[in-house]
Design a protein around this ligand. Structure first.
Ligand code: URP
Ligand code: ZN
Ligand code: ZN
Length: 465
């Protein structure tokens, strides 16, 4: 099957130009001007005049079917990747989980079983380590060789995913040797639990106090600590879901002194705020960790994206229904399952808020949502590029289309939207995954099981500091 995409403006991290793209099978075969007139034939022609042609977006932080807070994140690999495709995301990297007392292998096998035959776009895995011991440390090397080269550890969630500094440092030392990357959820979970208990003892049980207890300074402290540990171990470290200026200051300072420190933020920290956690129990819809911050943090985060102190925008997609799931925490905010839906909305929110909103260029937009995550997570130039030989993961994007985000029309399997009623400018018209059209004009044309596991390379770009 050959598909010719004609007359679009190719937008990559490097620049923009009008050209045609020929897709042959699963990869890009040619990029050039007037390919049709030059004798190139195709089975299908897609007219992209007036539209952008961008590399499929890559979301390196999702949690499909994550067991958490006494329940499971609602989207499966089928529903979650389908929603991703509607939003122009053609690759996800999800977090497989090592449960306490179990091996990394058992966790990884379980995630392969969830995804294989179900995902509609390509996927990879990171590994959550919740039990660092001699056996799990030895397993890390094998995972790197199998294309799962990143390990997420937590200074948060005592009793669940939490690791102490010694465990984190041991995992870092091992990763420094095996070529992988350490990802850190950096909040001081021990201190947070003290404040959270104080608040509930004082009768402050509403979702708002989730935001009060998880102070920005606790994120700043933990971010500094894990970066310092990573510097001592000589390993690159990537701070996930950075939300607060306190943490951004630490990342910026580390990068200024030449540390191999990287960070992502997520749309919820750019568009939503602590105010959303108010309004009684409705605020449960916005409970995630780190929590939403006061609006005063927004300008610094946008600036961080412009200045490359933040390299990636991912979603931390981890959806729980309001009814029946978030409601587990009525009367005690500590029992609300943590996480927000968002895999479908990221590309449009960042286009609307970032490009249309005048924060950065369309090229930087593509870099943040596609090229940079591809580079940092061992996928470039197979993904994240519009280049001959790259996978034909492509989005014909209409930068002028307006639509309103709503749970009534989104495709994520969750009963609310954090962005209900927000109008955004920009929308994915046609989405191709490895050469196959999976979404066209709001209709799904892909298939369950089309998505393949991506064996990823090591974090070589992260080591070039
Ligand atoms: O609230 C969140 N972020 N839920 C998902 C788990 C995590 O910490 O990433
Ligand atoms: Zn986390
Ligand atoms: Zn997460």
């Amino acid at each position: 099957m050959r598909t010719l995409i004609t007359g679009g403006t190719i937008v990559t991290a490097e620049g923009s130009y009008v050209a045609d793209v020929l897709v042959d099978g699963e990869t890009i075969a040619q990029v050039g001007t007037n390919l049709g007139a030059g004798g190139v034939s195709a089975d299908e022609v897609i007219d992209a005049a007036g539209k952008y042609v961008i590399p499929g977006a890559i979301d390196v932080h999702t949690h499909m079917e994550l067991p958490f807070g006494g329940t499971f994140a609602k989207d499966t690999f089928e529903t979650g990747t389908r929603a991703a495709a509607f939003g122009g995301t053609t690759t996800i990297v999800d977090f497989a989980v090592q449960s306490k007392g179990k091996s990394l292998r058992e966790g990884l096998d379980a995630w392969h079983a969830k995804a294989e035959g179900n995902a509609v776009v390509d996927y990879g895995f990171h590994m959550i380590m919740s039990d660092v011991n001699d056996a799990s440390l030895a397993e890390m090397d094998a995972l790197v060789a199998e294309g799962v080269p990143d390990f997420k550890l937590f200074t948060a969630y005592p009793g669940v995913f939490y690791s102490d500094d010694g465990a984190i440092f041991r995992a870092m030392q091992r990763t420094a040797r095996n070529g992988g990357l350490i990802m850190m959820h950096a909040e001081n979970g021990m201190a947070i639990d003290v404040v959270a208990a104080d608040e509930t003892d004082a009768g402050h049980t509403d979702p708002y106090y989730h935001g009060v207890a998880r102070k920005p300074i606790f994120e700043g402290e933990a971010t500094n600590r894990v970066i310092r540990l990573a510097e001592a171990a000589g390993v690159p470290v990537y701070i996930v879901h950075l939300s607060a200026t306190d943490a951004l200051d630490e990342v910026r300072a580390a990068r200024d002194r030449g540390a191999m420190a990287f960070a992502e933020t997520c749309p919820q920290y750019l568009f939503l705020s602590l105010d959303d956690l108010g309004n009684g129990f409705e605020g449960a819809k916005f409970v995630c960790s780190p929590p939403l911050r006061p609006r005063s943090h927004w300008p610094e985060l946008w600036k961080g994206l412009v200045k490359d102190d933040l390299q990636v925008v991912s979603t931390d997609h981890c959806p729980f229904d309001f009814h029946g799931q978030k409601e587990l925490g009525r009367g005690d905010f500590r029992k609300i399952p943590n996480g927000l839906p968002g895999v479908e909305d990221r590309v449009d929110l960042l286009h609307d808020g970032g490009v249309v909103g005048g924060h950065f260029t369309r090229e930087r937009w593509v870099e943040l949502i596609s090229a940079a995550p591809a580079k940092l997570f061992g996928l470039y130039p197979r993904k994240g590029a519009v280049a001959v030989g790259s996978d034909a993961d492509l989005v014909v994007y209409d930068p002028a289309a307006r639509h309103t985000i709503s749970a009534q029309t989104h495709h994520m399997d969750v009963d609310y939207s954090c962005y209900e009623g927000r109008e955004v400018v920009g929308r994915s018209d046609v989405v191709l995954s490895r050469g196959a059209v999976v979404v066209r004009d709001g209709q799904f044309s892909g298939r369950k099981g089309w998505g393949r596991f991506l064996k990823r390379g090591t974090a070589d770009f992260a080591r070039l500091s």
